[in-house]
Design a protein around this ligand. Structure first.
Ligand code: SF4
Ligand code: SF4
Length: 293
């Protein structure tokens, strides 16, 4: 079983367009949406949820008002300013904890003299195993304000692999998060290859360098394609040159294509839509990707 992760230096480069197209072109694939902070692969693949699971990460403290003796120890010891005091005088004031500011360090729970603080698991989102017209899909939604998306990404990948094993899938196509932060590292470590989708701008070139460094650091085979390549043919050539110099496989150029938006407006991939110059080019990128993993 192989795993290819489609990534990009920033959002809006066409990463999900490519991942959805690969889903349409692959046989026996399992799809994983690891862009849990801003997932949108579901808009094209329209998964039908089979199972949903809650995701918890860390803890959050909550004061039981009836048990609190208003000593102020939690306020004095919270480094994250999450404890709020309603009133001026300790002994009379009411204390509460702002869940969004609480880091879950547990200091107040430990120091409260009357053990009046509960320490709940923190709800951070949900992950799903679904069916799509192209095969199973594992995806997730991070709760508003929740962090630790790297853990959720790991969970999605782990379950995509498990689903592929159960269903006889031979390739996992992952829509990765943008950038080079923790969720991206969680998305690419241990994958067979990454396909970096670059756009032909100076910042796109800069982002691509950073992505390639990251992939090199983790020893992952790298393929590169340029999306909307005709917007700046000079930089597109530079991207191709950079790929060759860095030992990456250049998988192709995809021109700007209005038909992509039309396809997505109809909730289908550009491959299913079948119209537009990009269709053949994306097929070429897929064939090159398949040859190299
Ligand atoms: S758990 Fe830590 S961060 Fe949260 S309120 Fe208590 S001391 Fe502050
Ligand atoms: S440390 Fe415990 S008793 Fe003291 S104010 Fe905080 S919750 Fe209340």
């Amino acid at each position: 079983m192989k795993e290819i992760v489609v990534i990009s230096g920033k959002g809006g480069t066409g990463k999900t367009t490519i991942a959805a197209s690969f889903a349409a072109l692959a046989e026996n694939a399992v799809m994983a949406d690891c862009d849990v902070d801003a997932s949108d692969l579901h808009l094209i693949l329209r998964p039908v949820i089979k199972t949903g699971n809650r995701f918890f990460c860390g803890h959050e403290a909550e004061i039981r008002k009836n048990d609190c003796i208003s000593c102020g120890a939690c306020l004095a010891n919270c480094r994250f300013e999450a404890v709020k005091m309603n009133g001026d005088v300790a002994g009379e004031a009411e204390f509460s904890i702002d869940a969004s500011a609480c880091d879950g360090c547990g200091a107040c729970v430990y120091l409260c003299p009357v053990k009046a603080i509960d320490f709940h698991s923190r709800y951070c989102g949900e992950w799903f195993v679904s069916d799509t017209r192209f095969g199973p899909m594992v995806h997730a939604v991070l709760a508003p304000g929740a962090e630790n998306s790297g853990k959720l990404v790991n969970l999605v990948r782990m379950n995509a692999k498990k689903t592929a094993e159960e269903t006889g899938g031979n390739i996992i196509i992952t829509d990765g998060p943008p950038g080079i932060g923790c969720p991206v590292i969680s998305s690419v470590t241990g994958a067979d290859a990454v396909l970096a989708v670059a756009e032909p701008t100076l910042s796109g070139l800069h982002d691509l360098r950073r992505i390639m460094e990251l992939a090199r650091h983790f020893g992952i085979r790298t393929l590169v394609c340029v999306n909307r390549s005709d917007m700046n043919t000079g930089i597109s050539e530079e991207i191709e040159k950079l790929s060759a110099e860095s030992g990456a496989v250049f998988a192709g150029r995809i021109p700007y294509d209005d038909e992509i938006n039309r396809a997505h407006d109809g909730g289908i991939s550009i491959i299913e839509h079948g119209k537009g110059e990009s269709v053949g080019r994306i097929r070429e990128v897929w064939n090159e990707t398949r040859r190299n993993i």
